[in-house]
Design a protein around this ligand. Structure first.
Ligand code: ZN
Length: 264
């Protein structure tokens, strides 16, 4: 559950090209340790799929319970050293592992899908954060609970969910269907507009910062217009080379977004 503006669907989805670093206030907020004087209210109206569960709303209202419970248990079990290692050190390490998803997983790794952002798939980060490191997969199909699409893409969160589904604690797991997984593949010729935007943004930003002299204003404005037109043309190419999931699904006769989990 999330604090944030109504236009933002999730705290962990509010990132992408041009914004490699996370909003640390929002990430600290679920830990009950948000350093800001106040946090945004949760926009429950835009996350009705989560907000319909009373237990989640309870945990969202009382988000101090988890960290305080862990701290007290660590102090009781291991004394002060237990508190330092079991709570403070583990919490800081968890923060940094989480931050890796929004920072390093947009800079280091491989790209399977031509998403509009700079997300990457990274094996090491996936191990550290229980599957979130398959971040390009996630950006391509964000409704999927499974982020490792291949058998060798270790996704601990998904395995835990599967076990919980076997004992009927969770249900209706969503996984991407094969049709959706075949769309926008770079190896099949989808133009990688995400990486174009990533480098284009860096290049045009440097041009802008190096041409602030007043005598260059007209030329800089002209450059800016051409840069915008070039980006628009590149995005159009990206659209034309990326197979449309809806059209593909219609041709295949199924739902491209997500479907009830099929065992594989
Ligand atoms: Zn991301």
């Amino acid at each position: 559950m999330v604090g944030g503006k109504p236009s933002a669907p999730s705290p962990l989805l509010r990132h992408g090209a041009g914004r490699p670093f996370p909003d640390q206030g929002r990430l600290l907020q679920p830990c009950g340790l948000d350093p800001r004087p106040h946090a945004d209210p949760t926009p429950e109206d835009v996350i009705s799929d989560f907000a319909k569960f009373p237990e989640l709303r309870f945990l969202n209202r009382h988000d101090w319970i988890g960290p305080w419970l862990l701290a007290v248990l660590c102090l009781w079990w291991g004394g002060w050293s237990g508190l330092v290692v079991g709570f403070f050190l583990s919490t800081v390490m968890t923060w940094h592992a989480t931050f890796l998803v929004n920072s390093l997983a947009h800079l280091w790794g491989t790209r399977r899908y031509a998403t509009a952002d700079s997300s990457r798939n990274n094996f090491l980060i996936a191990l550290l954060v229980m599957g979130e490191g398959w971040h390009n997969n996630h950006h391509h199909l964000q409704s999927s609970c499974r982020q490792g699409f291949k058998w060798w893409e270790i996704d601990m969160s998904y395995y835990v969910l599967r076990v919980l589904s076997w004992v009927r604690i969770v249900h209706d797991l969503k996984a991407p269907n094969p049709t959706a997984m075949r769309t926008a593949l770079i190896k099949d010729g989808a133009y990688d507009i995400g990486m174009f935007r990533y480098h284009w943004d860096k290049a045009t930003t440097r041009v802008a910062s190096a041409t602030q002299r007043t005598d260059l204003t007209d030329t800089r404005v002209r450059f800016s217009q051409l840069a915008d037109e070039t980006l628009a043309a590149a995005e159009e190419l990206g659209r034309q080379t990326r197979r449309d999931p809806a059209a593909t699904a219609a041709a295949a006769g199924d739902d491209a977004a997500a479907e009830p989990l099929a065992l594989d």
